[in-house]
Design a protein around this ligand. Structure first.
Ligand SMILES: Nc1ncnc2c1ncn2[C@@H]1O[C@H](COP(=O)(O)OP(=O)(O)OP(=O)(O)O)[C@@H](O)[C@H]1O
Ligand SMILES: C[C@@](O)(CCO)CC(=O)[O-]
Ligand SMILES: [Mg+2]
Length: 388
């Protein structure tokens, strides 16, 4: 039996990092997906019926463990748990040793946390059974577009579909969406995977990947929102690698050193996110009103970027994108954890295509990659049998 699940990445319009410390943030899904195909091999599949296998297709990597090895390492901690549960520290140690068995090449060692999250989700949701999982992704990994969340959401969605713990029409062909209670369950499992990858996630990335659309998020709760103005964002990937867990930990350490100052920074971000959410939802009355709203949005993005610099998560490559876009009177802010990764630039409604081409050409000449993705679309979906 085989099931596929796909889950989108995201951009954060305002509030990254501060959201980990209780501030409001605003995020939207992007139409770039991670897909997990999960198959339970039958006893006639020679050699595979006693293995747990993970294939990362885009990276041409494959990992596998005999079920007996996983059971021996994790048996005391897990086995088809019906409610989303955090991986205990002792269990994580055993998972790390299972991952070490696989000798991941040093250049790709960042994948170890994703493989660990896989082992926790797979053995907790399905128990100790042979399974063949293949992952493909349209998202750049570790670049601020929520690749870790899309990985955890797509994987958990497919595993839940096979576990029998969700009510779903297995005869339906094509993509379908879980019902609300099941989406909540999926989101909670994905959050447990994110904890293994991010350390201390706020939950915003897995939430927007699960539900899609655009959300306002604060202290674990979401409000779906809808922008009344077109939001065209140029996404520039600086291609500077970074790791969200380390950046989140760095902000927490700065907060311990300067609690009063940092709490004021987080409060300022909270106000920016709330103002941004009201601004984008309020009605637009003609072109003048749209231009005015864009000017306010640009100012909020600029202020948020300044506060992210205060938190210590900007980077020389991000500053280059800011300076380059500013030459064309365009404003940018980092998105996601920063430290490199992706930057958003608002493309106002009346901006000419010629200017967009020029700014893109200059950013590309710096070695960056630029693209425009659709935002605020679908969340997680699953499919049994053939789908495209
Ligand atoms: N398709 C995938 N296959 C395997 N592992 C993945 C995949 N996507 C993400 N990961 C795991 O997530 C890690 C990247 O997560 P990280 O949180 O650092 O970046 P991100 O999620 O892309 O950005 P942000 O958290 O800022 O939005 C990878 O190093 C890997 O461990
Ligand atoms: C940096 C952060 O705020 C967003 C990463 O996309 C971390 C989190 O909220 O889990
Ligand atoms: Mg992440």
């Amino acid at each position: 039996m085989e099931v596929k699940a796909r889950a989108p990445g995201k951009i954060i319009l305002a509030g990254e990092h501060a959201v980990v410390h209780g501030s409001t943030a605003v995020a939207a899904s992007v139409d770039l997906y991670t897909t997990a195909s999960v198959r339970l091999p039958s006893s006639s599949d020679k050699g595979d019926h006693d293995l747990v296998k993970l294939q990362l297709k885009d990276l041409a990597l494959e990992f596998s463990w005999p079920i007996s090895r996983i059971k021996e390492a994790l048996g005391v901690f897990v086995g088809a748990i019906s409610t989303p549960t955090s991986c205990p520290a002792e269990c994580l140690k055993s998972i790390v040793s299972l991952v070490e068995d696989q000798n991941i090449p040093e250049a790709k060692i960042g994948l170890a946390s994703g493989v660990s999250a896989f082992l926790w989700l797979c053995s907790s949701i399905l128990g100790f059974v042979a399974v063949d999982v293949a992952i493909t992704s349209e998202l750049p990994l570790g670049s601020g577009l929520g690749s870790s969340a899309a990985f955890c959401v797509s994987l958990s969605a497919a595993l839940l579909a096979l576990s029998g713990s969700v009510n779903i029409d297995r005869e339906h062909r094509g993509w379908m969406v879980y019902k609300e209670d099941e989406l909540d369950l999926l989101n909670k499992w994905a959050f447990e995977g994110e904890k293994i990858i991010h350390g201390k996630p706020s939950g915003i990335d897995n939430t927007v990947s699960t539900y899609g659309s655009m959300i306002k998020f604060k202290s674990g709760s979401l409000t779906l929102i809808k922008s009344s103005m077109p939001l065209k964002m140029l996404i520039t990937n600086t291609k500077v690698g970074r790791n969200t867990k380390a950046l989140v930990a760095g902000v927490s350490e700065r907060t311990i050193r300067h609690p009063d100052a940092m709490n004021l920074v987080f409060n300022a971000v909270n106000s920016i996110s709330n103002e941004l959410s009201i601004l984008i939802q309020s009605p637009v009355h003609g072109e003048v009103s749209l231009t005015e709203k864009e000017e306010k949005l640009v100012e909020l993005m600029e202020m948020n970027q300044g506060l992210l610099q205060c938190m210590g998560v900007s980077h020389a490559s991000i500053e280059t994108v800011l300076r380059t876009s500013l030459k064309y009177k365009l404003v940018s802010k980092l998105t996601g954890a920063g430290g490199g990764g992706c930057v958003l630039t608002l493309l106002p409604n009346l901006l000419s295509g010629k200017v967009v081409d020029e700014v893109v050409a200059e950013l590309v000449s710096c070695g960056f990659e630029c693209f425009i993705a659709g935002i605020g679309g679908k969340g997680a979906e699953i499919s049994f049998g053939d789908s495209s």
